[in-house]
Ligand binder design. Sequence first.
Ligand code: HEC
Length: 170
Amino acid sequence: MKSATAPSQPRRWTLGRLGRWGGGLLLVLLFAIQLIPYGRDHTNPPVLAEPAWDRPETRALFVRACADCHSNQTVWPWYSNIAPASWLIARDVAEGREQLNISAWGSQRNEGDDAAEQVQDGEMPPWFYLPLHAEAQLTPTEEEQLIAGLIATFGGGSGEGDRRGDDDGD
Ligand code: HEC
């Protein structure tokens, strides 16, 4: 005996339909957030003054691994124009410059004396920066050179460096 065919169920939210709607909504959202102006301005402020580097090699290593977030010579990658990456990058650069900006030496408070320790502890450069910045991946030897250079330039550990006494500039 032939069994009755099951009644068709026309308006079920199958995974496929949900997926198409979700995908569409996500696309619309991605377009919409591009209209938010935060993080779009990539004009680098002028370079005012740099610290007295112990050696040019220290500066070169710093430029490779740190300067995108700790100088006014940020190289803005293409994806820094696309939200939400643009927001995260803009925030990192703003906060990084606020803590340590080698282009504004003497005219703002700079945490130079923490720099060697940050590298030593593997805190800087931030882990998420490395996969997209091959040039920032230092060999163990380069890392040692950078740490030594940072200590020679800024002092390390306790007290020395540019932490105090830069309130003369206003
Ligand atoms: C992707 C951006 C980025 C890069 C690259 C980067 N930093 Fe930072 N850095 C930040 C941000 C954001 C902060 C402030 C928030 C924090 O402390 O985590 C910071 C904070 C610091 C501080 C202050 C920490 C404190 O609490 O006193 C030092 C020193 C520092 N960075 C050194 C370095 C050095 C040295 C390098 C390169 C080896 C480097 N950073 C690379 C983003 C960056």
